[in-house]
Design a protein around this ligand. Structure first.
Ligand code: 8OG
Length: 156
């Protein structure tokens, strides 16, 4: 299964999203993140991605969710989600991403992955989750990506 990470810098009731300029989910708003590389832990991957994409050094983060994604074309992904609570440096634009702050209760869900509106507000509120999402075609190679089914489990 392909492993990915996503991280959301949070401060004073706001979330930092990036407007992705390339890769999977181009044109959408998302947290910072990407693939976990060979020999890397998800913790290491989120620190590397935060530095590469917006130039911040992560000082404190919290693991909040595990997401699984499946589609009809055999794609299977496992995503670890973190909230980034403290960091060093001013988030800046890179050739991959443009950072933008949003109030936690007013996220641009219509320009985000379809599943985000199901789980993101819950982890921002402090819950820990495990969730599974079934899509027709996650990468949008053959069909416009659409969520078909979701199951969300609250973790104690
Ligand atoms: O390497 P690249 O940046 O293209 O990796 C894709 C990123 O998008 C990675 O951080 C995982 C993330 N991602 C998905 N699917 C979903 C999703 O449904 N919701 C959110 N929020 N992020 C997703 O691949």
């Amino acid at each position: 299964m392909r492993r990915y990470v996503i991280g959301y810098p949070v401060r004073d009731g706001k979330v930092l999203l990036i407007h992705k300029k390339r890769g999977l989910g181009r044109g959408l708003y998302n947290g910072v993140g990407g693939k976990v590389e060979e020999g890397e832990s998800p913790e290491e991957a989120i620190e590397r991605e935060a530095m590469e994409e917006i130039g911040i050094e992560v000082l404190r983060k919290e693991w909040v969710a595990k997401l699984y994604f499946y589609d009809h074309y055999g794609t299977a992904m496992e995503v670890d989600v973190f909230l980034i609570k403290e960091w060093k440096g001013e988030p800046k634009e890179s050739d991959e991403a443009k950072p933008e702050w949003f109030p936690m209760d007013n996220l641009p869900y219509d320009r985000m992955w379809e599943d985000d509106r199901v789980w993101l507000w819950r982890v921002l509120r402090g819950e820990r989750l495990k969730a599974t999402f079934h899509f027709n075609d996650i990468w949008g190679k053959y069909e416009t990506p659409r969520m078909l089914k979701c199951e969300v489990q609250h973790l104690e």
